[in-house]
Write a protein that binds this ligand. Structure first.
Ligand code: NAD
Length: 500
């Protein structure tokens, strides 16, 4: 059985905890490898390696650190096919989607290539008589990222791309369900010129996470995953004096106004609801048609579109989406479908019991569609994270606006309309962090920032872009005076200095 090791201090590291996690091939349902699960002392060894690397790395000038990022980008591009195949084999998403996962991460690396510019501080000449004020952004030290299974390339790169470029050293604790790509990324960073100890990968579960959250040398933690764990990480990290950003789950709504271009809406919705088997925090699992005519047409069009979707193995270039990540998740999604039925929603298309010939043990679920879902239903309030689309009918624009605004999650939302005024009003008033206008998956580009609201994110600073630079640095502000000691000896002052 292949074993997946940690990557510490520039080398593969065999842990001694004696604990392992199974890594499945979701296409076949077979265990394909086992990953080490770190004990506290293994996490500590990674932190010590990162701490030892910090001083030199933080003193490398920003341009040279950026050059490592340029070279890393080149290496990832050169290894794109291998990385995408590896990613698909553990996650189950189709190869083209795995390439998208890697590419969206690389776009943050491209942003990090411009770090010398982003790190420039502020300067005021003559803030007072002979006084200049300037600020600089300094790295924090050893920092950590804890990432979910659903974007094993993009989300690690969101975090370490910016964190390392600004001069920190990094511990990545990837999802134990698809741990191989993060290790390859760390190997490529080493090859690109990041000194050993700058990027370390420690595999594990709650034990490793707790060790990160309580380690005195870890200065900041970025987390992405489900909301209860995000909240736990946020509280524990803060209690131990760390800076924490913790992104959680989602339940994104797509609002369809009566004037929307329905051909486009159907294409956008099916891709955003079922792509990657619905395992995206920016998926669109809820659609809210406004008015009965819109709802009836939307339902009819979806019912005729869904049979054309092809569910297949992740290497099938024709497949629209592949299996979900593991057996437990498959059972969970199917449990939510049953729950929806029990709660009285109408199951229009049932994807349970889907079998792919020759892959009967794979974790496949067919596309499912519910109509007449209501806000009181638990299957509406909670995240399903599978290929399940729920229609929630709204009688008016205001009713549609209220649904995502009142939902416990507030990651993304989309509105489909040809009315610019309605879209503008919606974008301004909706209580959600990221808004798409005729864009089903409004994940902001890398030089903007990513972050939801409400239970979709704990902490107040977003991922990547300039907010990423802020999260991974601390500001130092210097007030400087160079008096001519011959001429001006100021008297002692016992009053707070002001600029009166
Ligand atoms: P998860 O919460 O199960 O795991 C995330 C990380 O937490 C993993 O590294 C895991 O090892 C660790 N972990 C698991 N159990 C833990 C525990 N009890 N204590 C401490 N750490 C623990 O999430 P997942 O299933 O890997 O990912 C899917 C979830 O992530 C969905 O809810 C999805 O919406 C969310 N997500 C959110 C965003 C976002 O930016 N808001 C992006 C991607 C995914």
């Amino acid at each position: 059985m292949r074993e997946i090791n940690h990557f510490i201090d520039g080398a593969s590291f065999t842990g001694a905890s004696g604990r392992f996690g199974d890594v499945f091939n979701p296409n076949t349902g077979q265990v394909q490898a086992r990953v080490q699960l770190a004990a506290e002392n293994e996490l500590d060894q990674a932190v010590q390696a990162a701490q030892a690397a910090f001083e030199d790395w933080s003193n490398v000038n920003p341009q040279r650190r950026a050059r490592v990022m340029f070279e890393f980008k080149r290496l990832v591009e050169a290894n794109m096919n291998e990385l995408a195949e590896l990613l698909s084999s553990e996650h189950g998403k189709v190869i083209a989607d795995s390439k998208g996962d890697i590419q969206r991460g690389l776009e943050v690396i491209e942003f990090a290539c411009g770090i010398p510019h982003a790190l420039k501080g502020e300067y005021t000449y003559g803030a007072g008589p002979g006084i200049d004020v300037y600020s600089m952004r300094q790295p924090l030290g050893v920092v950590a990222g804890i990432t979910p299974f659903n974007f094993p390339a993009m989300i690690p790169m969101w975090m370490f791309g910016v964190a390392i470029a600004v001069g920190n050293t990094f511990i990545l604790k990837p999802s134990e369900r698809d741990p191989s790509v993060p290790v390859r990324l760390a190997e490529l960073m080493l090859e690109a010129g990041a000194p050993k100890g700058v990027l370390n990968v420690v595999h594990g579960d709650k034990t490793a996470v707790d060790a990160i959250l309580t380690h005195p040398l870890v200065r900041a933690v970025s987390f992405v995953g489900s909301s209860d764990i995000a909240h736990y990480v946020f509280r524990m990290g803060a209690e131990h004096g760390k800076r924490v950003q913790a992104m959680g789950g989602a339940k994104n709504h797509g609002i369809v106004l009566p004037d929307a271009d329905m051909d486009q809406v159907i294409k956008d919705l099916t891709g955003a609801a079922y792509g990657s088997a619905g395992e995206r925090c920016m998926a669109l699992p809820v659609v809210v048609p406004v008015g009965q005519r819109t709802a009836d047409e939307l339902r009819e069009r979806l019912v005729s579109e869904i049979p054309s979707l092809k569910v297949g193995v992740s290497t099938d270039a024709e497949a629209h989406y592949g299996p979900v990540v593991n057996a437990a998740h498959k059972a969970r999604v199917e449990g939510w479908i049953q729950k929806g039925v029990d709660e009285g929603a109408e199951l229009v298309v049932d994807g349970r019991g889907f079998k792919l010939q020759g892959h009967e043990d794979g974790y496949f679920i067919g596309p499912s569609l519910f109509d007449h879902v209501t806000p009181e239903m638990e299957s509406y309030r909670e995240e399903i994270f599978g290929p399940v689309l729920q229609i929630v009918r709204a009688a008016s624009f205001e009713e549609a606006l209220a649904l995502p605004s009142k939902h416990q999650y507030g990651n993304g939302v989309a509105i489909f309309t040809q009315n610019g005024r309605a879209a503008r009003d919606f974008a301004a008033r909706v209580n959600v962090g990221m808004v798409g206008i005729n864009v089903p998956i409004p994940v902001p580009v890398a030089y903007h920032t990513f972050g939801g609201w409400k239970r979709s994110a704990f902490g107040d600073i977003n991922q990547h872009g300039m907010e990423g630079v802020r999260f991974w640095t601390k500001t130092k502000t210097v007030t400087a005076r160079w008096p001519d000691s011959e001429l001006e000896h100021a008297d002692s002052s016992f009053v707070i200095p002001t600029m009166r």
